[in-house]
Structure formats: C-alpha cells, structure tokens
Design a protein. Sequence first.
Length: 331
Amino acid sequence: MSCLHMHELLSNISPHITSGRLSRLTVPTALTLGGCVAEEEYSGSEQGASAENRAGAPVTGRYAIDSALKTLQVLFAFAEPPHALSVAEIEQKVGLSKNQVFRCLKSMEEFGLVRLDQEGRYRVTPLIRQLASAAETDPSLEEVAQPAMVQLQEMTGETVNLCCLVENHSVIVARRHSRHGVRLNVRLGERTGLHAGASPKAMLAFLPQETQEEVIAMLPSLHRYTDKTARDRDLFRRELQEIRTRGYSISDEDFEEGARGVGAPIFGREGSVVGGISAGGPISRVGPAQVELLGQLTALAARRVSRLLGHGGNGSSETTSPVQKEAELVT
C-alpha cells in the first residue's frame, strides 16, 4: 500500500484502539475508521482521512487534498521506464480512471511539469530539476523514522524498536518504550543475527536470495536464543516466503521467551533493505488474535519510513499482502 500519511491514519484510529479493545478490531475495520474512501472520479474537493482505495492510491489524510495526491501519483508514474507514457499506459500503471489521469496530466501540463510529444505520449519536463535540487541526499534513518515510531507506539501501547542492517546483522538503533509495566528486555545497540526476532527476520526475508541461503545454510550453528529459535532449514525457508507474502514477520518467542512481536522491512532509495521496525510485548498482552492488526500497522509504519528515505515502493521488493488486498476490497 502506498501510504504517504500513516501518521494521519494512526491518529484517526488511535481513539478506537486501546490495550483492551485492540483484539476486537479487524484489520479492514481499523483501516477504514478514519473516514470514507476517496471517490473514483475526480471531485475537486478535500476528502476526510480514508483507507487506501481499490487502485492502491495514497490514503488521504485529514488535511490532504485527494486530487493533489492523485496528481502526484500520476507524476511518479514517470519515475520508472519507459519515461514517456500515454494516458492508457499511465492508467494501467497507477490504477486511476482515464478521466482522473487526463485531468492530472492537463493540470501538470498547464504548470509546465509535463508535455505531450509528437507520438502522443507525455514526458516530464526539465522544470522538475528545480525541485530535485531541494531534496535531502542521505536522510538519517533514525531521524526519519521517529514520527512513525511515536505513532506506532501510541497506537499499540507496546515497545517499538528500530533496527538497521549492518553486515548482515541487525542492530537496534532506536526505541519507544511500552507504556505498560512489563517490557521486553532487548538492549539498545545490541547486534543480533537475522535468523530470530521480528525486525531481523523481516529484513532477511527481503534480502537477495543468495544472502538468505547463506543464513539458512548456517542455521544449525547460529546462536539459539530460545527453544523456539529456528533450526530446520526447510521450515525457515518456508517462513521467509510467508513473510514476503504477508509483508511482515512474526516473532513468537524465538528471540525472547514470553515475548511476541511483528516486524516489517524498511527500504532505502535504491530499493534495498536498510532496516526494520517492530512492535511487540509479552504474550500475555499480544495474543494471536492481535498479531494480524499489529502486523498491518507495523507494515504501514515501515512503508512510511521507506517513502521518506526515497523509496518509491514500485519495485519487486515490496508485495501486497492478503490482508492489504482484503482492506482494499472492503474500502
């Protein structure tokens, strides 16, 4: 889901989710609590907070203008080859209607951002370079992730960890503590393997296949954090595939006894994994029924951070999970 405004989404959902009510909410319900979905046809009006529409367009936050978000969505369709596109090709790329695409293109053409060439395809003009010069070059992962971490912790009430990938190991670089008395006992700055824990497994699942196989090959000799730490190569390979399919990992006492959490990968500008974000707590608070919603919210947080790092989210490194598809169908 190309969610540019997770902080707005979480702010609208947070009054409805507390430690006592989280288990009663389904993922689609939580994703639609903010308001109605952006309309299929262009309306020109400001929309309320909404879940992602059927086409996968960005959610509109409380102060966001739906038509502006659609225009940006069309503009970013030119980021991937081919960079010259017809209305029909853009319609297929972004999932908006032909009417919406046409209006967006004409607005940008009027401003001078795109032009129509002799073959009937639109191209981005050099005017965009004026904006490119203002972009951050290498924003700090920790700095960029702080707003998403705060919102995720406030939403769930559980501990939120931010990890970075260092030489095929996971290092915890930032944390937002649980507001509850019982917390997880993971030290800030701790360096761990990628075969156990929420963020480490989430990162590993989206690393190149050869890197995954290297870790899998060493699995029997790697540190065993608990009795549930993975040891079987085939089972672990299957687990990594499941993580890629759903979009987030589940750590069920495989790193710390009595702890359960979820993690999602964070991607950098080039589309490679640079870190991960996780949320979790004691199994007494984080039950199996709550994992799906917790995972979906964590995946949204990771996607927001990835966007701020410059990742477009259109590559093969990210997938749409069945839960996300269900949310889109409901909305």
